[in-house]
Ligand binder design. Structure first.
Ligand SMILES: *[C@@H]1O[C@H](CO)[C@@H](O)[C@H](O)[C@H]1NC(C)=O
Ligand SMILES: *[C@@H]1O[C@H](CO)[C@@H](O)[C@H](O)[C@H]1NC(C)=O
Ligand SMILES: *[C@@H]1O[C@H](CO)[C@@H](O)[C@H](O)[C@H]1NC(C)=O
Length: 277
């Protein structure tokens, strides 16, 4: 446990180091757009490496694009139009969820977070046994722990929660990645807050709430990840979500579409080397 955490901590340092010092070497050859345009469209983000991103700690080419996307307000939503509610019911260790998270949900949220509201319900196939305070899980205890960990992260880490969930899900060891991920994205959050949520009654209460939300679904969930849009499930939307969530969210948004939804801008032919600080 201790060694695992140290290793993850070390990987984070390596990864931050690579992130800071490697950027100039790769920017000019990765794509022909300046960073200010990286998030202007799906095509550009793709070309500049965001979707090719290999979301591991040590090698993370898409991180530069992520940082750029998070800093720019590229979408300009109309405050009178509600965002698209995207709710995902999932099981933390389910491979299908991880594929959806890294391939669709995370990039889409990064670029369209101003017009979508993400609701994550980690619970999966866990069942609360009658008269007991424990849950049984399809994949056993690690999965139950991982789901509770994510429920706790979502409850106590504020606006960084999804970045942290994505960070832990990108690791092969969700539990041990949690502390470095919280450190990386929410420096102001005490690790002890997450830990005591998991050890105490809050974690159980959150899992109970997630169970109730999952059981209340209509139609009943038959698999995970299970995705609803504005509270509605349809197999057609689910199909689209798995292959092109970005386009679906753009389509379902009822306001004036943000420029991000509309396609690519003019490509520059010069190389560039941008400095983040
Ligand atoms: C991610 O990178 C690692 C190390 O470079 C590699 O072993 C792994 O296959 C890559 N995964 C994907 C999905 O590209
Ligand atoms: C983006 O929007 C946020 C809040 O709406 C604001 O605080 C921030 O300064 C904006 N950033 C830029 C680069 O305009
Ligand atoms: C955290 O969970 C508690 C208990 O369910 C709830 O009252 C509170 O609103 C939640 N906070 C957030 C930010 O979700």
């Amino acid at each position: 446990m201790y060694t695992g955490t140290m290793m993850n901590g070390l990987s984070i340092y390596v990864f931050v180091f690579l992130f800071i010092f490697e950027k100039c070497q790769t920017d000019s050859r990765s794509c022909g757009y300046p960073p200010s345009q990286w998030c202007r469209s799906l095509e550009i983000a793709t070309e500049c490496g965001f979707f090719k991103a290999n979301f591991t700690f040590a090698v993370f080419p898409g991180l530069k694009v992520l940082k750029q996307c998070m800093e720019l307000n590229v979408t300009r939503p109309d405050p009178s139009v509600p965002p698209v509610d995207v709710a995902v019911y999932y099981d933390s260790l389910c491979p299908g969820w991880r594929t959806f998270l890294t391939g669709q949900l995370f990039p889409t949220w990064t670029m369209l977070r101003d017009i979508m509201r993400l609701i994550l319900v980690p619970y999966g196939n866990a069942k609360k046994l009658p008269d007991q305070k424990v849950f049984s899980c399809q994949h056993g205890k690690p999965e139950w722990q991982a789901n509770m960990l994510e429920a706790c992260i979502l409850n106590v880490t504020g606006h960084s929660a999804f970045l942290i969930v994505h960070c832990v899900e990108s690791s092969s060891d969700v539990i041990n990645a949690a502390q470095p991920c919280v450190w990386l994205y929410a420096l102001s959050v005490e690790w002890g807050t997450v830990e005591s949520c998991m050890r105490g009654s809050l974690g159980h209460r959150l899992m109970h709430e997630n169970m109730m939300k999952t059981l209340a679904l209509g139609p009943q969930r038959t698999h995970v990840p299970w995705v609803t849009f504005n509270g509605v499930y349809t197999p057609e939307w689910e199909d689209k979500a798995m292959s092109s969530l970005f386009n679906l969210v753009c389509k379902l948004y009822r306001g004036i579409k943000p420029p991000t939804c509309a396609g690519s801008l003019k490509k520059l032919d010069q190389g560039f080397c941008n400095s983040f600080s």
